[in-house]
Design a protein around this ligand. Structure first.
Ligand code: 9MR
Length: 365
């Protein structure tokens, strides 16, 4: 009896020591919380435009992308000049690479874009034909590309940048050379509705978007876009959402950003911040220094955009926020404007900038 009791006491003592040892271990060696990332924090998909050479060759690029983002948009690989550089000669390989990458990593894929007045190959720019030949070219392009990616893309920017900056009219060939639209010129004003119908027929499950820039600073353009998409929606044209590109800079008026998001949300369509970047050198200053003050201003704008998007766009309409690439090394801005700039959340070495932490803070606000 005494022996059994002694044995029982020993067991109790043994377990007590074990529990104390375990709890000491926990205190001295805590399991670190996984760091918050953009995608783990955002209540909607976080997207980035990506380019296929970096996906193939840059491990650091792929690493940041997979950690931070869960949606991708191709930077240029699905535009008409890329997919059909010569009439009847197709080049889907690069777009396919990005789609396969996204599928493999369970990321959402947003197709960009089917119809744009830029990124056109010479054979389209020089095409000679009557209205029906143009309609055939237009329809065949939309249908073949949408059918090629059917079931693999969640959504498409069907028509990109169709509205003029100066008066909100449809781009035609009567604006500055290079700014006009051959589509409107040859196909008449209702080509946008038909683009959505053709895309829908080819891939009925894809969500279809109208995408444009300048909606945060140009009220005339914004109202014209609202009228355009409302008209499409009311006519039963299969439009699901609007992309507000948001290529902005540190001087962009925040009131315009709020107003743009409010008006877009009021259409009832999904709203995608589709190409976000925030330039810090809008005046092309060749001697500019990216001071701490500039870094913090940029960070608070990133935060403001995420907060305002969350507060203004109802959850069911939040298609997500997509940055246009994610590192300053890959931004279109320095080469396009021939200036130094730092528009994105990661620096040229793929390290997080204050802009990143501003965005993260805005997402969990
Ligand atoms: O960033 C893109 C750049 O790499 C391409 O060369 C260019 C032409 O295909 O397009 C840029 O992306 C544009 C986007 O497709 C539409 N909105 C403006 C973007 C920046 O110019």
């Amino acid at each position: 009896m005494v022996g059994t009791l002694r044995c029982y006491n020993c067991l109790v003592l043994f377990f007590c020591i074990l529990i104390i040892a375990e709890s000491c271990k926990k205190k001295s060696n805590p399991t670190p919380e996984p760091a918050a990332t953009l995608q783990s924090t955002a209540p909607f998909p976080m997207g980035a435009a990506v380019n296929s050479p970096n996906l193939k060759n840059k491990a650091v690029y792929v690493g940041v992308l997979l950690t931070e983002y869960n949606s991708v948009t191709p930077d240029y690989e699905m535009k008409l000049n890329w997919v059909e550089p010569q009439q009847g000669v197709f080049n889907y390989a690069d777009g396919d690479y990005i789609v396969n990458f996204a599928t493999q990593h369970h990321m959402r894929f947003h197709g960009h874009n089917l119809i744009w007045h830029q990124a056109l190959p010479d054979w389209v720019l020089n095409f000679q034909g009557d209205t029906s030949a143009w309609e055939n070219l237009f329809k065949t392009h939309i249908e073949s590309e949408a059918a090629h990616y059917k079931g693999e893309v969640a959504s498409w920017d069907v028509v990109n940048e169709a509205i003029r900056d100066d008066n909100g009219a449809l781009r035609n060939q009567d604006v500055n050379p290079g700014d006009g639209s051959i589509w409107r010129q040859h196909l008449g004003p209702d080509y946008i509705a038909r683009a959505f119908q053709y895309a829908h027929e080819a891939d009925p499950n894809a969500l279809l978007f109208y995408n444009d820039y300048g909606q945060e600073w140009n009220g005339v353009k914004l109202d014209s876009i609202i009228a355009l998409v409302t008209n499409l929606k009311n006519r039963g044209i299969p439009i699901s959402g609007v992309g507000m590109q948001m290529h902005i800079d540190i001087n962009t008026d925040p009131a315009g950003i709020t107003a743009g998001l409010q008006k877009l949300a009021a259409t009832g369509l999904k709203v995608h911040v589709s190409e976000l970047d925030i330039s810090v050198n809008p005046n092309n200053d060749p001697n500019i220094v990216f001071t701490t003050a500039l870094q913090l201003t940029q960070a608070s704008m990133y935060q403001f955009i995420a907060e305002t998007y969350r507060a203004t766009v109802p959850a069911a309409q939040q298609y997500g926020i997509t940055t246009w690439e994610f590192s300053d090394a890959d931004s279109w801005i320095p080469s396009f404007y021939n200036r130094i700039d730092w528009p994105l959340p990661f620096d040229a070495n793929y390290k997080k900038k204050p802009a990143y932490f501003g965005l993260l803070k805005g997402l969990k606000y």
